[in-house]
Design a protein around this ligand. Structure first.
Ligand code: 5GP
Ligand code: SF4
Length: 481
C-alpha cells in the first residue's frame, strides 16, 4: 500500500506536496519521494530515499523552488527489497520525461517484466511500477502525447497489466495524467481550487482538502484523466467494469476522516462496532469494560460500548513514534515493534472481564500480545472482537498479507483461533454484516472470501519473490545496514 499526491498549478507546489505527503504518511513508511517540474525553465528535480517524509525531505534535500508541477509518494513496500531504486516517483525518458507514482500491486509483474525485457526494455529497479512506466513510455513520445495518444497508452496498460493500480504521472512540458485500474481497487481522486488553476490528485480526501482543494471527485475505475499544460482537463472512461473497491481501506487503511465513495470512514468503523455489539449481546459474555487496540479500533469500541452501556476505556498506551507495526515489512520486525509499542494501564484491567476490540486479526501478532498484556495486568477474563471478518486468503493487491500460511485464520475454526490467541471468547463481524454496514456495491473481499476481482496469473511466483525480499530486508535490518 502506498500514498500519492500530485498537483499541477502555475504557482510553486513543493511545500504543498510535502505537507500532503505528511497527511498520507499512514499509508506507507518505508520510503518517500518527490518529483517537481518547472515548465518555465524546463528544470526538474527528484529526491527519494528510504524513511519517513520528514526524514527524507529536509530543507537541505528539498530546496524551495518555483516548480509548479509535482508528485509525492509514500511507500509501503510489497514488491522489491527496499533499495532506493525501488522507491518512487520513478522517472524515465527525456522527451517527455515521465515521472510516475502509483499505489497498488501488479499480479502479473514477473511474466510481464520478462516479456518486456525480451523486447529490449532495460529495467532499473525491482519495483512493479516500472512495468507501467515502460508501457507508457513506449507509447508516449514527443509529438505523440495528445489525449488520444494517452488513451491508447493507458488502454495498453489495461490490456497487459492485471492487479491494482492507481497511477499519477507527469509528462514534462505536456501535462499530468491519472488513471485507475478497471476494478478501481485502490482509491484515487482529484479536486480543484477556487480562484486558481490548480488541479490536485491524491489517494485520500484529506490530503487534498488540507491544500484547499474542493469539489473532490473520484477518478472512476477504468477511467483516465489528463490535465494539459494550459490546465484544460480531459476525462475518458476506457473500460466499463463493475468496481471492486478494497474493503480493508474502510476497515483499517484509510484515515478516519477520509471519505471513500461518499462514505466517511469514521462513521463506517463506528457502525461496524454497533453490529459487533449485537453479536456480543447474543453471546451472553459478561463484560465489565471495553478496550480498543489503539487507534484504528477506537470508533468501533466507542459505539459498541455505547450500545451495550458498558464503559469504554483506553487500556493500552501506545508509544506513538514507533510507527504502524503491520506496515513493518517483515514478521520479525513487526514482533519487535509491537512489543515496544503497547503498554497496559493496570487499573483498567485489574480484576475485570475485558472485551478487546481490534479492526482485524491477520497474523495474530497484535491480538496475542494484547491478550497477554491484559492478563498480565490482572484481567479475569479476556474476550476479543474483530470488526473485519476472518482473513483466510492472501491479498494480491498491495496489503501485506501475502502468504496464506501466515494467516492465523487460515485452516482454523473460530474456536481454534480463540485458543491460539489465548482468549475466553472471540467474535467477528461476518462477511454479510460487514458488507451491509459499508453499504457500497462492488467491494473487493478476496481476503475473506477468496474471490479475486482480477486475473491471478503470476500470483504464486510473485508471492515466492516476496518471501525472498522479506528475507533480504530482515537480514539488512538485523545487520543494521
Ligand atoms: P496481526 O497482528 O494479526 O498480524 O494484524 C492485525 C493488526 O494489525 C491489527 O491490530 C490492525 O490494527 C493492524 N493492521 C491490520 N492491517 C494493517 C495494515 O495494513 N497496516 C498496518 N499498519 N496495520 C494493520
Ligand atoms: Fe483489500 Fe482484501 Fe481485496 Fe486486498 S484482498 S484489496 S485487502 S479487500
Amino acid at each position: 500500500m502506498c500514498g500519492i499526491i500530485a498537483i499541477i498549478d502555475d504557482q510553486p507546489v513543493a511545500e504543498w506536496i510535502y505537507q500532503s505527503m505528511i497527511q498520507l504518511q499512514h499509508r506507507g513508511q518505508d520510503a518517500a519521494g518527490i518529483f517537481t517540474y518547472d515548465p518555465k525553465t524546463g528544470k526538474h528535480f527528484l529526491h527519494k530515499n528510504r524513511g519517513l517524509v520528514n526524514q527524507v525531505l529536509t530543507p537541505q534535500t528539498l530546496p524551495l523552488s518555483e516548480a509548479s508541477w509535482g508528485i509525492g509518494h509514500v511507500r509501503y513496500q510489497t514488491v522489491g527489497d527496499g533499495s532506493i531504486e525501488d522507491t518512487q516517483p520513478m522517472v524515465m525518458g527525456n522527451d517527455p520525461t515521465i515521472a510516475l507514482g502509483y499505489n497498488g500491486n501488479i499480479v502479473n509483474y514477473l511474466p510481464l517484466r520478462r516479456e518486456l525485457e525480451s523486447k529490449g526494455c532495460q529495467f532499473q529497479s525491482n519495483c512493479d511500477a516500472e512495468v507501467i512506466l515502460h508501457i507508457l513510455s513506449s507509447h508516449l513520445s514527443k509529438g505523440r502525447c495528445s489525449f488520444e495518444d494517452i488513451q491508447c497508452a493507458v488502454k495498453e496498460v489495461y490490456r497487459r497489466v492485471s492487479g491494482a493500480y492507481s497511477v499519477v504521472a507527469t509528462l514534462t512540458g505536456i501535462g499530468m495524467i491519472a488513471f485507475r485500474d478497471p476494478a478501481g481497487i485502490r482509491p484515487l481522486l482529484y479536486g480543484t481550487q477556487k480562484g486558481s488553476k490548480a488541479v490536485g490528485f491524491a489517494s485520500e480526501t484529506y490530503a487534498l482538502i488540507f491544500c484547499d482543494f474542493r469539489n473532490l471527485q473520484n477518478i472512476r475505475p477504468g477511467e483516465v484523466m489528463f490535465v494539459d499544460k494550459d490546465f484544460t482537463p480531459y476525462r475518458k472512461q476506457l473500460i466499463n467494469q463493475s468496481p471492486s473497491y478494497c474493503s480493508f481501506e474502510f476497515n483499517y487503511f484509510a484515515k478516519p476522516n477520509t471519505v471513500i465513495e461518499h462514505h466517511e470512514v469514521y462513521e463506517i468503523r463506528s457502525n461496524l462496532g454497533k453490529t459487533l455489539a449485537q453479536k456480543v449481546k447474543a453471546s451472553g459474555f459478561d463484560i465489565d469494560v471495553v478496550v480498543p487496540v489503539p487507534n484504528t479500533a477506537r470508533p468501533a469500541a466507542i459505539s459498541l460500548a455505547r450500545e451495550l452501556d458498558i464503559p469504554c476505556e483506553d487500556g493500552f498506551v501506545k508509544q506513538e513514534y514507533i510507527g504502524r507495526t503491520f506496515i513493518m515489512p517483515t514478521q520479525g520486525l513487526r514482533e519487535k515493534a509491537i512489543s515496544r509499542k503497547l503498554g497496559p494501564v493496570y487499573s483498567v484491567f485489574k480484576d475485570k472481564n475485558v472485551l478487546i476490540i481490534d479492526d482485524s486479526i491477520v497474523r495474530g501478532t497484535v491480538s496475542k500480545k494484547v491478550t497477554f498484556l491484559a492478563k498480565r495486568a490482572g484481567a479475569k477474563k479476556v474476550y476479543f472482537a474483530s470488526t473485519f471478518p476472518p482473513i483466510r486468503h492472501p491479498c494480491l493487491y498491495g496489503i501485506d498479507f501475502a502468504n496464506q500460511d501466515q494467516l492465523l485464520a487460515f485452516g482454523r475454526t473460530n474456536e481454534e483461533i480463540a485458543k491460539e490467541i489465548g482468549v475466553d471468547g472471540l467474535i467477528y463481524n461476518d462477511i454479510q454484516e460487514f458488507v451491509d454496514v459499508i453499504g457500497i456495491k462492488g467491494l473487493c473481499l478476496a481476503c475473506v472470501n477468496g474471490k479475486y476481482p482480477t486475473n491471478t496469473c503470476g500470483s504464486e511466483e510473485l508471492q515466492k519473490m516476496r518471501q525472498k525480499d522479506i528475507q533480504t530486508v530482515e537480514r539488512t535490518a538485523i545487520s543494521g545496514v
